[in-house]
Every structure is written in structure tokens, then in C-alpha cells.
Write a protein that binds this ligand. Sequence first.
Ligand SMILES: [Zn+2]
Length: 263
Amino acid sequence: MCELIMLGTGNALVTRCYNTCFALRTPGACLLVDGGGGNGILRQLELAGIALGSLSAMYLTHAHTDHILGAVWVVRAVAQRVHSGTFHVYGHDRALHVLDSICRLTLPAKVLSRIGTSILFHEVKDGDTVHVGDVELQCFDILSTKEKQFGFRATLPDGRTLTCLGDEPYNDACRPYAEGSDWLMCEAFCLYRDRDTFKPYEKHHSTALEAGRLAQSLSVKNLLLYHTEDTDLPHRKAFYTAEAAQEFTGHIVVPDDLERVEV
Ligand SMILES: [Zn+2]
């Protein structure tokens, strides 16, 4: 069985849930994607029942605070875990540079000695394919205009595919990585009907309605929405699902923090 374990589902400034990050667990791998904005990642991993030692690797999408600062804590915690083993970190040049710099400025020498020995950073370039256990990841540049960001298309052991578009609106140059995917993970900053309140477009974000339209145009089977505002979490699942369903006829998932989604 393969599952997504959503460790966080919120945008950068949420206070009622954690920043968007997740684990992709397959029979042969447990891949952490981003770390959220801080030490809260350790709590989320604990609540999700994910032991640090069971993590195969971490994939970084980009170096914004709500994604990379938690990764510093993951590096620290992995370095200080009792048992040995190699932990792999994948990211583009800028994300790895930022993570490495923050680690060197803030972590003790004993932890830093593990970077390059048992914690290995691997730079990926646009179009690269890497393997994490039984998962194949095709990394691609989402062509952000504000911060270099990579998404990925994961091919699961059974051949099905899952595309993560990161946390910015889709660029049609990425169509080969997203079209026809079994799963599409896409940001939805807020509901379209609340666009005047949250102003998603000026923040380089989109809404549940546009995510639904995108999923329909890409002929994906399942759409997962994340990286949202957090003002009405009790109704988020119902409202976001209903709005995306105005445009998308496939299956829609709007997970809460710590929700597990079979993929
Ligand atoms: Zn973000």
C-alpha cells in the first residue's frame, strides 16, 4: 500500500494547522517532502507515528521559510538519532545552499559533522530522475517567478503516478509531468468566492476553483488540495471540495493535518 501522510496542510502564516509538508510512504520508502516552518515538524512526525529512523530521504521544493526551516530540525534530529544509516536530502542548488547555510550558522559541530558523512545532500536539476527506495522521482522546475522551486512526478511501485506542483500556480510548460497523473497535488490558497478577502493572485497563489479547472484540463484522476488559509478549518474539506467539483469531475481530497490518504 502507498499512502500520503499529510503532516501539514496550511500556507506560510497559518496558526491553526501546520505548514504544508507530507510524507510519501510506500512498501520500500518513506520520503519526507519539505519540513514546514520549524520545530513543529518533530511533533507532526511523532503524532503521525513516523520514526525518524524510518525516513529514507527528504525532498526540498524550495527555500521559503514555511518549507525549509523545519528541514533544519529534521537534519538536527536525524543527526542525533541513536541508530546509524544514511539519510539523503534532495533539492535544487539554491534550496540545498540555504539549508546548508542555516545548518552551519545554527547547529552544533557534532551535528554538522554528520552532513557529508551520514546525511548526504544531492543536487537535482530540472528533468533529473532519482530513485528513493521503490519510488522514482522526476524532478522539474515549476518556473516560479519569485523563488526557484521544483516539483516532482513520482512513479509508485505499481506504476501509478503522483505529481506534486509545489506551492505556486501551475505553468503549462510543466504539462508533460502533470498530464494524466493518477494524483495531482496542487495549492489552493483560498476559495474563489473569498478571493477579495485573501487576495491569492497578488501572492502568486490560486483558488480551489482554479485547481479544479486545472485538474480537469490535465485529465488527472485524483486532486489533492493543500497550502490553504486556516480561518475555517472545520468547513475547509466540504467547502473546498465543493468548489473544486464545480470544474473537476474526478476525485477530490482536501486533507486535514495528519490525515492519511491512500494513493
Ligand atoms: Zn509555502
